[in-house]
Ligand binder design. Structure first.
Ligand SMILES: [Mn+2]
Length: 322
């Protein structure tokens, strides 16, 4: 039994299959993790999603910004009432994935699969953390898991729509003020000692109620979380997330920007391994032995990469062929 982790597939199904063949992946005995962005821009999103669906008991895929973007478009499309505006919406979309998925007879299954994917993954035995973009310099792994869990619960709840309509805002680029506001709200509520209230406030319990009590604060929390876990590359010196620069770190001219992993994170220990995708310009060069960059830009004519988590230093890859 082996556990593998593969970089951003982006609908490059042929390369995905070739890479699984290369390591003789056996869905009966092996496990597969992905760094997210399983679809987006690439040629075969349907085949890719069908494979993930078929072996969903053996595969864990964290959500990437392209996966979330598809869910957002699906929500906006579903909200339209008449056929003409639905048609126009699909016509105006640059990416054609949504149209393909809607035309599939198991399209709703694909959407529901994505809505149930996690934001983060942590393997206790290997002390291994995976998210699409990495770990915010304002967070430890527990913060990322806990806040990621809020997003996961909203994605699966009746609040899905409001999250989809509000996410991808650049305003929520710092964690500290959101955290302060959360603590402030707790402290100021006169009924904070009531057991009922405390149940609502418990992070691990009653998140829907928390959303009903403090919708804008809960949205801020979840939008920052989505930004940090799926969109982050560079951060400013005040630790705020940048959303524009996609350069290689060496080519970046702005001295106020550094890659997220170059900021000291006192919570982060060398015994922990972080695997992330999202940043194709890194070309798979690991920033450190225990920080593993797995997106090698297959969709941009690069290659698709995979590691065995028991021996993450060795990479397997196939060149783009589409
Ligand atoms: Mn991405």
């Amino acid at each position: 039994m082996s556990t593998y982790c593969i970089g951003d597939i982006h609908g490059c199904y042929d390369e995905f299959m070739a890479l699984l063949d290369l390591v003789k992946f056996n869905p009966k005995t092996d496990f597969l993790l992905t760094t997210g962005d399983v679809i987006g821009r690439g040629p075969k999103p349907i085949e890719t999603l069908n494979f993930l669906l078929k072996y969903q008991d053996r595969i864990i895929s964290v959500l990437g910004n392209h996966d979330l973007s598809l869910l957002r478009n699906y929500h906006l499309y579903s909200e339209l009432k008449d056929a003409a505006s639905k048609e126009k919406f699909l016509f105006n979309l640059k990416a054609s994935e949504l149209k393909k998925i809607i035309n599939e007879k198991n399209g709703t299954e694909m959407i529901s699969f994505l809505r149930n994917c996690p934001m983060t993954f942590w393997d206790r035995r290997h002390n291994l953390f995976i998210s699409h973009a990495g770990l915010s310099p304002e967070w430890n792994i527990f913060d990322a898991m806990k806040n990621g869990n809020h997003v996961e619960q909203l994605l699966r709840s009746e609040h899905f729509g409001i999250l989809m309509e509000n996410m991808f805002s650049d305003r929520q680029c710092r964690w500290a003020p959101i955290k302060a506001e959360i603590q402030n709200n707790f402290a100021q509520k006169p009924f904070k000692t009531s057991i009922h209230y405390r149940r609502h406030m418990d992070y691990e319990d009653g998140i829907y109620d928390y959303m009903s009590l403090y919708p804008s604060l809960e949205l801020d929390r979840c939008i920052y979380t989505i930004n940090a876990l799926t969109r982050m590359r560079f951060c400013y010196t005040d630790l705020s997330l940048d959303f524009d620069c996609k350069d290689k770190p060496k080519e970046n001219k702005n001295r106020n920007l550094k890659p997220w992993y170059d900021y000291p994170n006192s919570q982060f220990k060398n015994s922990q391994t972080i695997i992330f995708g999202h940043w194709a310009a890194l070309e798979g060069k690991n920033p450190a032995d225990n920080i593993i960059a797995l997106d090698t830009g297959c969709v941009w004519n690069g290659s698709l990469s995979l590691i065995n988590i028991e021996a993450p230093a060795k990479r397997y890859s196939v060149k783009a062929n589409h």
